[in-house]
Design a protein around this ligand. Structure first.
Ligand code: SF4
Length: 323
């Protein structure tokens, strides 16, 4: 099985090191904001950034800024109250019929608005033995039909381990479907090797993948090729975005994003209102503006290219559609 290191920001890469220097000169950059959620990005993601533009929509997604150091009432460490739904290490059950396995705490990039940015990954199992409690919990709950791999980013896990865990799931008769939520196809497309695609395709489970793209500039030919390979392997692709102030909160960007995704054979699926996580209040776009944007997008796109505007409310049995 071939899997492609390196991943993450490679400081010895001269061009990236130069860019990092530029970044530390940007007025909004804050070393303090990095805290225990440091600046992290992949070389591939870095090449799509215009490092001379402080407002670059990709740069804003990964740049630790002084805005993160401000507190705002209602913006908290665990905005979805996930700790309440953790039923075993690495296992979260909050919705009917499906359950989440957090395979790793690692990410290819650190998205500054991430709702899990403050969650510690110490509790995530590291070995197959440590996964046994979660797997047995799933085995006992026959209401669960679908497992969602989440993280961190599940495709940051070594592929042998990923497949070992997946094969365990295939021994549970009521598990029919496997959904992978990952930013890797966008942040580090080469990491998804033909071997990995084949192995996923061969699993006796109905596979799907939800990628995470917020702005059309995140797409390039490398990303598009990987998405195409996944689709051609019979793995349907969906996208979820977060509505982010100053990054994608305008009609033109959102329409271009939907068209870019459809042209890469990815169905736009959810547009999320930001989860109120501490340190990300400056990205928040309210429900009223979200509705206005969706209403303006609607006549401009075919129905299948229009994402659903949703919000995640702790305690609800699913994400709530707004429009
Ligand atoms: S959005 Fe995904 S890739 Fe980005 S920091 Fe959160 S878990 Fe990691």
């Amino acid at each position: 099985m071939s899997y492609n290191p390196p991943i993450g920001f490679v400081k010895k890469d001269i061009q990236l090191a130069d860019n990092l220097k530029k970044l530390s000169l940007l007025k909004s950059y804050s070393k303090q904001a990095e805290g225990d959620f440091p600046l992290l990005l992949t070389p591939e993601f870095a090449t799509r950034i215009d490092w001379n533009n402080p407002k670059d929509p990709l740069l804003q997604q990964i740049l630790p800024t002084k805005h993160e150091n401000k507190t705002k009432p209602g913006f908290v460490v665990d905005p979805l109250n996930e700790s309440r739904y953790a039923k075993a290490p690495g296992y979260i059950k909050k919705y009917h019929g499906r359950a989440i396995m957090q395979l790793t705490g690692a990410c290819p990039i650190h998205c500054r608005y991430c709702f899990r940015r403050h969650i510690k990954s110490n509790n995530i199992p590291k070995s197959i033995n440590e996964w046994s409690q979660a797997v047995e919990t799933i085995r006992q709950d026959k209401s669960i039909k679908e497992i969602i791999y989440s993280g961190g980013d599940p495709l940051m896990l070594n592929s042998d381990k990923l497949l070992e865990i997946s094969n365990l799931l295939t021994t549970i008769p009521h598990i029919k479907r496997l959904r992978i939520h990952s930013r890797v196809p966008v942040a580090s497309p080469k990491r998804i090797t033909p071997d990995l695609i084949k192995a996923l395709k061969d699993l006796p489970l109905v596979m799907s993948m939800v990628i995470h793209m917020n702005h059309p500039a995140e797409m390039d030919s490398g990303v598009k090729n990987t998405l195409q390979e996944l689709v051609e392997a019979g793995i349907p692709l969906y996208n979820q975005s977060v509505l982010l102030k100053g990054i994608n909160d305008d009609v033109t960007t959102l329409i271009t994003l939907s068209e870019t995704l459809i042209d890469a054979r990815v169905t736009p699926y959810y547009l999320h209102l930001l989860d109120p996580v501490a340190g990300a209040a400056h990205f928040y776009v309210d429900e009223k503006k979200g509705r206005e944007l969706l209403l303006k997008m609607r006549p401009m796109l075919p129905g299948y290219a229009l994402p659903m505007l949703v919000v995640d409310i702790p305690g609800e049995r699913s994400k709530l559609p707004i429009l």
